[in-house]
Design a protein around this ligand. Structure first.
Ligand SMILES: CC(C)(COP(=O)(O)OP(=O)(O)OC[C@H]1O[C@@H](n2cnc3c(N)ncnc32)[C@H](O)[C@@H]1OP(=O)(O)O)[C@@H](O)C(=O)NCCC(=O)NCCS
Length: 135
C-alpha cells in the first residue's frame, strides 16, 4: 500500500494528498497535505477527528507524526505550515504537541486567513530534532 502511494506520488506529483484516519475499520477523521510546492519545499497541513467520541485519544497526534514523517521523508519538503483560528485551543495544543512553532498571525506570515488566524510551522530540522529526542 505504501509502495503504491509512493509510486503514485512519484508519477503524478499531486499537490494534494488526503488520508482517511480509521479506527477499528471505521473512518473517524481526515489528514491532509495541500498546497504542496516542491520548488519551495513547503506545504500546508490539516487534520480533523470528526467522530467526537474518538477525540482526545491520541489519534490526531499519531496522524500528525505519520504525516510529518511522510512529508519530510518521502516528499522531501523543508517546512510544513498550518493555519488555525486563535480560539481553537484543541488544534493549537495539537500543533504544539506535534512540534510546530507559532510564527505569527496569517497577515504577518503573508498567507490568507481571517483576522484571528494564527500560523504554525514545523521545519525539517525541528522535525529531525524531535525524532532524535523521541528515539
Ligand atoms: C484538533 C483535533 C484534530 C484534535 O484531535 P484529537 O485526536 O482529539 O487530538 P489528540 O487526542 O491526538 O490530542 C493531542 C494533543 O492535542 C491537544 N488537544 C487535543 N484536544 C484538545 C482540547 N479539546 N483542548 C485542548 N487541547 C487539546 C492536547 O495537547 C493533546 O495532548 P494531550 O491529550 O496529551 O493533552 C480535533 O479536536 C478536531 O478535529 N477538531 C476540529 C477540527 C480542527 O480544528 N482541525 C484542525 C485544523 S488545522
Amino acid at each position: 500500500m505504501v509502495a503504491a502511494l509512493v509510486l503514485f506520488i512519484g508519477a503524478l506529483r499531486p499537490n494534494v494528498i488526503l488520508w482517511t484516519i480509521e479506527h477499528q475499520e471505521s473512518p473517524i477523521g481526515l489528514s491532509l497535505i495541500r498546497h504542496i510546492d516542491r520548488e519551495k519545499g513547503r506545504a500546508t497541513v490539516a487534520v480533523l477527528i470528526g467522530e467526537r467520541s474518538e477525540q482526545r485519544k491520541g489519534f490526531a497526534l499519531e496522524a500528525a507524526a505519520i504525516r510529518n514523517d511522510f512529508a519530510f521523508g518521502q516528499l522531501e519538503l523543508r517546512s510544513l505550515r498550518a493555519t488555525v483560528r486563535s480560539e481553537n485551543h484543541a488544534s493549537r495544543g495539537l500543533l504544539e504537541r506535534a512540534g510546530y512553532k507559532l510564527i505569527g498571525t496569517a497577515a504577518e506570515a503573508g498567507v490568507g486567513g481571517s483576522g484571528n488566524a494564527l500560523v504554525f510551522e514545523l521545519q525539517r530540522r525541528g522535525h529531525e530534532r524531535q525524532r532524535e529526542t523521541a528515539g
